[in-house]
Design a protein around this ligand. Structure first.
Ligand code: ATP
Length: 138
């Protein structure tokens, strides 16, 4: 089995009418947070900063202390089973303008409730529910 490790962020922007959360549309069709594979020698947060920059063009990222959520899943790649672990952080940006990379089909900023609905996978939705418990949903 192939082991893959990624890191990502539940990235939000604080607007006058409340927080909005960034979701990306992945080439395989699902909607998820920004994330990507950890490269040699990187800390998890360095991965997140690099992936946010590469995938969205956003360069101002402030991590919120006290939130870290690890999810795992399996998928098939070219006939091999991949076991993937993704650690998500909670992070804030002042940027709204997104320059989506060729790696994704699109992006959307959504309120907490709409983001939970839009996320494809249960484990990603559950990361949002943990954020709600910390009071970061409005
Ligand atoms: P990245 O490089 O951003 O980590 P990727 O595009 O290489 O991501 P994934 O988003 O991990 O890959 O998607 C790989 C496969 O796993 C796809 O078939 C996708 O549908 C599936 N997948 C993605 N996220 C989940 C999840 N949270 N739970 C179950 N399956 C998932």
């Amino acid at each position: 089995m192939i082991e893959e490790r990624s890191a990502g962020a539940v990235l939000f922007n604080e607007t006058k009418s409340g927080k909005i959360f960034l979701l990306l549309n992945y080439p395989s069709g699902h909607w998820d947070f920004v994330k990507g594979n950890i490269e040699n020698g990187e800390t998890l947060q360095q991965t997140v900063i690099r992936e946010i920059r590469e995938e969205t063009g956003i360069t101002d990222v402030e991590f919120i202390d006290g939130f870290e959520d690890k999810i795992e899943y399996h998928y098939q790649r070219d006939g091999d089973l991949v076991h993937k672990e993704v650690v998500f952080f909670l992070a804030k940006t002042k940027t709204i303008d997104v320059k989506i990379s060729h790696e994704h089909l699109g992006f959307v900023w959504l309120s907490f409730d709409d983001a939970i609905k839009k996320l494809t996978y249960k484990n990603a939705k559950s990361a949002m529910n943990k954020i709600k418990k910390l009071g970061f949903d409005t």
